[in-house]
Ligand binder design. Structure first.
Ligand SMILES: Cc1cc2nc3c(=O)[nH]c(=O)nc-3n(C[C@H](O)[C@H](O)[C@H](O)COP(=O)(O)O)c2cc1C
Length: 393
């Protein structure tokens, strides 16, 4: 990929720098404001409550569009209750909240690991008041999980990588294949009673999934409400990043330049053939091509507890990959359940599970599909909201 023409996004994807071609050389990524990425230094020594210390790690969890849709209630002693923040859903790309709840699983896994790291055991009860229904419109404020602090915790070796974990989307080494052994190591780390992990580094199957992921991405960028939802989560420049500390964040002279001059209208779909449209096409073509293997997580059904368990497995996978210097980049477009995506949703289920797309919560479901490859360059840490903003105490 010709990196000079791309502006990298911390939350996923790239933006066009075309049209300001003479400035292309300025498109290198600049640092986020320090406060926006303070979570990546871990809890400060002033933070003494072990529950708050654990939450300080959990907020670094990967999650769709970096919406950080969590609320953590600490008002009950010796317990942590996790809720979903309904103001942070992605109704258009994730119409049943499945991905949002996968993100909650990531949060929960890091929370439990961070308690274990302090020698504290955790008894997790998912959906203590029953699971959220399918339609987002019917979601209420019932908890996703209650974690009771109980007994002696175990240190998980994966926790050593928590602050170094990133979603690496760029700079995969095309000369360095992923071996079948390494794929097995990654899969077995993610595998659990609830979640099956599989993958491929075999050329024909890698290509088949590249094709599905690319075509799904190219479709996704044409569905107006979905594109506008994503553009609405862009945070461009320090002021916006500091105001939100979530979403798809970038700070870059060119991005601000493009925005000022209306090249990036975040309330409209980029016109077909426009520089932004071409750039999005290029992004899906290039990233799928620069894929050294695929790894996926599936569950026997598509219940809410299984979605959360998929998240726990996914972050374990990313932590192991961090240890091994491997990038794990979810490409979720083909797994999005809005009607226009149906053909690709079916294709990915056929390719991975050799069965039709799920029609009910008792059907086997692909929860995550990720490209993998050895990384050649560091990925900047993505912003996180302040710890205090997610805690109710
Ligand atoms: C369920 C789920 C789906 C995701 N889908 C995508 C995706 O399609 N494309 C992408 O670039 N990142 C995807 N991500 C990664 C998030 O964008 C990323 O976790 C977030 O921006 C925060 O960045 P970080 O993981 O580097 O901290 C996904 C993450 C989760 C948990």
């Amino acid at each position: 990929m010709d990196r000079r023409n791309f502006i990298r996004l911390a939350g996923g994807g790239v933006l066009v720098a075309a049209g300001v071609g003479s400035l292309g050389g300025c498109a290198s990524f600049t640092a986020f404001p320090a406060e926006a990425v303070e979570a990546w230094s871990g809890p400060g020594s002033a933070e003494r409550d072990p529950r708050r210390r654990a939450v300080a790690y959990a907020i670094t969890a990967p999650n769709p569009h970096n919406m950080q849709p969590w609320i953590v209630d600490l008002r009950e002693a010796n317990a942590i209750t996790l809720y979903c923040d309904r103001d942070r859903l992605l109704a258009d790309s994730d119409p049943f909240g499945r991905q949002i709840l996968v993100g909650h699983g990531c949060f929960l896994e890091l929370l439990v690991q961070a308690l274990g790291d302090q020698g504290i055991g955790a008894r997790v009860t998912l959906w203590p008041q029953g699971a959220l229904p399918q339609p987002l419109a019917q979601w209420d404020q019932r908890p996703v999980a209650r974690v009771e602090l109980a007994g002696q915790g175990q240190r998980d070796p994966l926790f050593a990588h928590v602050l170094a974990r990133r979603t690496a989307r760029w700079g995969y080494d095309m000369s360095k294949p992923i071996s079948a052994d390494v794929l097995r190591t990654l899969s077995s780390t993610a595998q659990s009673n609830a979640v099956a992990a599989g993958g491929t580094v075999e050329a024909a199957q890698v290509q088949r999934l590249r094709d599905i992921a690319r075509e799904a991405g190219l479709l996704d960028k044409k569905v107006p409400r979905v594109v506008i939802e994503t553009l609405g989560k862009l945070r461009i420049g320090s002021a916006e990043i500091m105001a939100h500390r979530d979403g798809v964040a970038l700070t870059n002279f060119l991005a601000r330049f493009a925005d000022t001059f209306g090249m990036l209208d975040r309330k409209a779909v980029p016109a077909p053939g426009s520089p932004a449209d071409k750039q999005m096409t290029e992004m899906y073509v290039t990233t799928t091509q620069e894929t050294m293997g695929w790894i996926w997580l599936t569950t026997a059904g598509n219940r809410r507890d299984q979605q959360v368990e998929a998240g726990r497995a996914f972050v374990r996978l990313q932590l192991k990959a961090t240890e091994l210097g491997i990038g794990v980049h979810p490409m979720s477009q083909a797994l999005q359940e809005y009607p226009e995506m149906a053909a690709h949703y079916t294709a990915v289920h056929r390719a991975v599970l050799n069965r039709d797309a799920p029609r009910s919560e008792s059907d086997a479901t692909v929860q995550m599909l990720c490209r993998i490859g050895y990384t050649t360059e560091p990925t900047p840490a993505a912003p996180r909201r302040a710890l205090a903003s997610v805690i109710r105490a």
